[in-house]
Design a protein around this ligand. Structure first.
Ligand code: IDP
Ligand code: MG
Length: 141
């Protein structure tokens, strides 16, 4: 049996601007993932820097921080069997040009930066990311 995991999902500004938050949350719920926390917030540069700390030496870091702080987003936590890998499969690869139709990024992503959604990539990073956005009292498992 696969482990029950939690993953942080962000609906990024490009998707928010096109009214896709409900559609994206619905796609994950319809695949059996359980929504256990959700909020809307406008990320500041400090939170963006902490969330994307692993990328701070990358050439795209400054643009990524500007983009993710450009408009309000929705942050959510989903749980389920093997949730981290399953959500990344439902999202599709980072570059929407390489994502298959039927994946979130394949259907809605604009380019490698404006790729509509974030999903955690491992249990340790998921736990860290969830702590950045949610207190324990805001999670309803
Ligand atoms: P992931 O979101 O699929 O885990 P990461 O490599 O962790 O991809 O990158 C984090 C985010 O940084 C991506 O989702 C995307 O928004 C942005 N990004 C990644 N690679 C590039 C790039 O080459 N140019 C511009 N933005 C990028
Ligand atoms: Mg990543």
């Amino acid at each position: 049996m696969k482990p029950i995991e939690r993953s942080l999902v962000l609906i990024k500004p490009d998707a928010m601007e096109r009214g896709l938050a409900g559609t994206i949350i619905g796609r994950l719920q319809s695949q059996g993932l359980k929504l256990i926390a959700v909020k809307m917030l406008h990320m500041d540069r400090e939170l963006a820097g902490r969330h994307y700390a692993v990328h701070k030496e990358k050439p795209f870091f400054a643009g990524l921080v500007s983009y993710i702080t450009s408009a309000p987003i929705v942050a959510a936590v989903f749980s389920g069997d093997d949730a981290i890998a399953r959500i990344r499969q439902i999202m599709g690869p980072t570059d929407p040009a390489k994502a298959e139709a039927g994946t979130i990024r394949g259907d809605f992503g604009i380019d490698i930066e404006h790729n509509s959604v974030h999903g955690s990539d491992a249990p340790e990073t998921a736990a860290q990311e969830i702590r950045l956005f949610f207190g324990e009292g805001e999670i309803f498992p």
